[in-house]
Design a protein around this ligand. Sequence first.
Ligand code: C5P
Length: 419
Amino acid sequence: MNKLSGKHVLLGVTGGIAAYKSAELVRQLRRQGAEVRVVMTAAATEFVTPLTFQALSGHPVHTQLLDTGAEAAMGHIELARWADVLLIAPATADFMARLVAGRANDLLTAVSLACDATLAIAPAMNRVMWDKQATRENMMALKQRGVQVLGPAEGLQACGDSGPGRMLEPVELLAALSALLDTGTLAGRRVLVTAGPTREAIDPVRYISNRSSGRMGYAVAAAAVEAGADVLLISGPVSLETPPRARRIDVESAAEMHAAVMSEIALTDIFISVAAVADYRPASVASQKLKKTAATLSLELKRNPDILAEVAALTDAPFTVGFAAETQAMESNARDKLRAKNIDMIAANVVGQQLGFDCEDNALRVIWGQGEQQLPLAGKGKLARQLVAIIAERFALTIRGETQNPQGKVFNIHAKDSA
Ligand code: C5P
């Protein structure tokens, strides 16, 4: 399948003469099956009209940061979240400088700052501007932050000069984007992710739950899709949009999550259990709303099934990854869980102090039988991509039979792989 097919490409157009080439780029992206949305700076609209990009992309073009109508339809945060990749083409010297400074004084800079997806820029400017130390330093700073700098090419420029500074041709940008989007580390693999909290009913209107927002699990599902996997997300109640191209099953209680996971696990290669499953549920659910009478009320609670441990114990178990949210002794508790649940990998984090549950950022210590890796504080999107990269690497070693888990069990994925 075409690597760009179904991908969400957010194209930022800044004010350079090469903007006319970006119109052709939109056409080519759509021909490859990509969905394209366009954000233009005010200067860009002096070179090409938004109508041109609207006609070619099939969607209204976004130009204003503070336009209540536009923000209500798809604001800068939604645009940033929608994107699988943000490509700025052409990127002027001024735009690069504003990107380096972390400005958010127009829609495109604000989207760039709010976006967790891969960011690529295709610089286009006069050769002297490109050669200036300020631009060089900006370019280096962006590269160091992980921005993909595509080009520029050398040749005759619109201003009559000849040298480096021409924007890459649409066909070259298309190839570069395909390469960027094709991480492919989990191509063809089936990944099942659980996310969010569970709700354990007390009576028809009350339940026991926890503070999970589901954001980490959804970010992991999105990162697995990005890595080429076929992703099923089994989700507790959250107010998040399903990541593009993931299949989602909604559940409420731990028992429902357990049933959904068990009925879908057979063809799963990798099980990533991010859900904050309630450990206990009320022993009985009152059929009518409980009335307040006595000064105290006791609830009898019963243990819920441990979904992750049960999956790991299956004869044909997938590669299993758990999460450990701890308020203390994170490392030792996580290692204990890795052993007790007999899973292949655990991602541990400290909760509380604005970390972990119900917030945007997180930090993880990823531990497996033979090693560990610390993923420092970052947005959940970035962390999820780093985690999925580690999972893909360990999984690949496993199916090549190069590793065993701490218990010495050779992962039974071999059988599945050769089937
Ligand atoms: O034992 P603890 O709840 O701390 O373990 C956390 C890990 O186990 C998470 O990956 C969570 O999704 C999973 N879990 C589960 N079923 C439960 C409880 C936890 O799958 N009943």
